[in-house]
Ligand binder design. Structure first.
Ligand code: MCA
Ligand code: AMP
Length: 505
């Protein structure tokens, strides 16, 4: 039976005793062992009523087993829906309900709070803990370690990844097998991944970066990953001498630079450092090269499109740019209003087309249509320009989006909650430069007449409904918000006013 993604990423490693995962405690898991778990999990999905095309939501700590759930979904023909572990039950409720997931697998510690959520959504709830235990693992334990792979084609769905929107309502980006595979193929080639590679993996595995960019690339190349639970600088320092490559968001690099153990010698075994998900400051790029001799390779992508551009492996990796479109990706820069292509070198909104671009937003045909041009180009909402040498630079965002430590926060979602708090007239949520996270969330709030607001009460009010990383780090209470002549809140004025708040650049 053919299954496009399984056949490329997993099947080639059947029976391989080669190491796939190296864990923090030194334990190693071979490709064959991993695939045996995957097969048992695929049986367990089937036994728990997951049919072909059904959605399986996973909110679990990073572990080999959590990664195996992704692979099991591919093998069983289900659609994998990974969820940030920081999401509150209220947020999980939305994703499970909206996607119509038939199964929710969650950490045991959330079982009690998520049970009513799953029940309301009509999903079954099973558990998977960070140590690989839990009712899902238990259900799989005695099942066969081979599974008849379900037939799936290039255009069939492999994953739903929810991304927030400017309207404040999250959208399920539908990614096909070919979206994922074509991008992994392009990246393996562009970044010269081979089975000799050992990738230092300290990213979460519920987003494109850690799951598809890091995971699929390693699987396609047949290499190994040092699979760390999270970013811990001591762990990175311990693992770097064994790794050949590392992928991270810019915070990985600024934190490494802040540690005096980062030396040329420490990273002498590394052949490639990759950064993405948020802008890498040119000065971080320069400083990192000065300390280590390595020019970080910056690339640019989106949940909806996978990776679009990359700096070259061999050519000049230009600080402050995201390089060239990947083979198979068409990129153009257009006037956001008219949709016309801008003159070469001018700034406009970046649009992309290719096998990497998703199929649309789940159950949102109008939203999908609004974000594509009639000729099939996807409007990214990122503002950029292409220089005479073809390097793409991201200069800003046409969409109202904050990226903190590589996580996206759509201000609208936070504003809607703040606006609903007692005594609040209105709010504007902005991103302010932050030395560690790149940007930090700040809420600027105005009180209703006579109301006595304080930041702590406001934060407490929204605490249970919003993931911690989306919550404002600081709330400022002001009499009124600056507006232009059309009455629109001038967030640029607020960003300018508060830019020094955290001492960021
Ligand atoms: C944690 N906290 C955060 C963030 N992470 N606050 C704002 N932004 C964040 N990114 C908060 C926690 O809630 C907690 O708050 C406090 O910071 C410390 O938590 P801890 O877990 O210790 O955080 P950390 O270890 O310092 O984590 C920072 C991090 C992490 C390493 C930068 O956020 C991370 O791994 N980010 C990677 C995100 C990523 O993979 N993005 C890819 C998206 P309190 O103490 O108050 O409770 S995919 C994508 O963007 C596209 C496709 C692409 O191009 O890749
Ligand atoms: P997400 O919706 O989580 O997939 O985030 C995608 C967004 O992250 C893009 O639309 C960009 O705004 C931003 N992004 C990703 N990589 C880069 C990068 N290298 N430089 C600047 N922004 C980036």
């Amino acid at each position: 039976m053919s299954n496009t993604l399984y056949d490329a990423l997993f099947r080639p490693h059947a029976g391989s005793a080669g190491t796939f995962l190296i864990l923090r405690d030194g334990r190693e898991i071979s490709h064959a062992e991993f695939l045996a778990t995957v097969a048992r999990f695929a049986h367990a999905l089937r036994a728990n009523g997951v049919g072909i095309g059904d959605r399986v939501a996973l909110q679990a700590k990073k572990s080999p087993e959590a990664l195996a759930v992704y692979a099991a979904c591919v093998q069983a023909g289900a659609v994998f829906l990974p969820l940030n572990t920081a999401y509150t039950p209220a947020e999980v409720d939305y994703f499970v309900t909206d996607s119509g997931a038939t199964l929710l697998i969650a950490d045991g510690s959330s079982e009690a709070t998520l049970a009513p959520v799953a029940a309301m959504a009509g999903a079954k709830l099973l558990t998977l803990n960070g140590d690989g235990s839990g009712s899902f693992a238990e259900a799989a334990r005695d099942l066969p370690d081979d599974f008849p792979t379900v037939e799936r084609g290039a255009d069939d769905l492999a994953a739903f990844l929810y991304t927030s929107g400017t309207t404040g309502r999250s959208k399920g980006a539908m990614l096909t097998q070919d979206n994922l595979l074509s991008n992994a193929q392009a990246l393996v080639e562009a970044w010269r991944f081979t089975r000799e590679d050992v990738l230092l993996h300290a990213l979460p595995i519920f987003h494109t970066h850690g799951l598809f960019v890091a995971g699929n690339v390693t699987l396609l190349a047949g290499g190994a990953m040092i699979f760390l639970p999270a970013l811990d600088i001591d762990d990175l320092v311990a693992a770097l001498p064994r790794a050949t490559t590392m992928m991270g968001v810019p915070t990985f690099y600024t934190r490494l630079l802040a540690d005096e153990r980062l030396t040329r010698e420490l990273v002498s075994h590394i052949r490639l450092f990759v950064s993405g998900s948020a802008p890498l400051l040119a000065e971080t790029h320069v400083e990192f090269e000065g300390r280590t001799g390595h020019r970080i390779l910056e690339r640019y992508g989106m949940t909806e499109t996978n990776m679009n551009t990359t700096n070259p492996y061999d050519g000049e990796r230009r600080a402050g740019t995201v390089g060239f479109p990947l083979p198979g990706v068409e990129l153009r820069v257009c006037d956001p209003e008219t949709g016309e292509q801008v003159t070469p070198g001018a700034i406009g909104v970046i649009e992309v087309r290719g096998r990497n671009v998703f199929k649309g937003y789940w159950n949102m045909p109008e939203k999908t249509a609004a974000e594509f041009r009639p000729d099939g180009f996807f409007i990214t909402g990122d503002l950029g320009q292409v220089d005479a040498d073809g390097y793409v630079t991201i200069v800003g965002r046409a969409k109202d989006l904050i990226i903190a430590g590589g996580y996206n926060i759509y201000p609208k979602e936070v504003e809607m909650l703040l606006d609903g708090e007692p005594g609040v007239l209105e709010s504007a949520v902005i991103g302010v430069p932050h030395p560690d996270l790149g940007e930090a969330v700040v809420g600027v709030v105005t009180p209703r007449k006579g109301a006595d607001l304080d930041a702590e009460t406001l934060l407490a009010g929204i605490h249970d409904r919003l993931a911690r990383f989306k919550q404002p780090r600081r709330i400022v209470i002001v009499d009124e918000l600056p507006r232009n002549t059309m009455g629109k809140v001038q967030k640029n004025v607020l960003r300018e006013r508060y830019k020094g708040m955290f001492g960021g650049k």
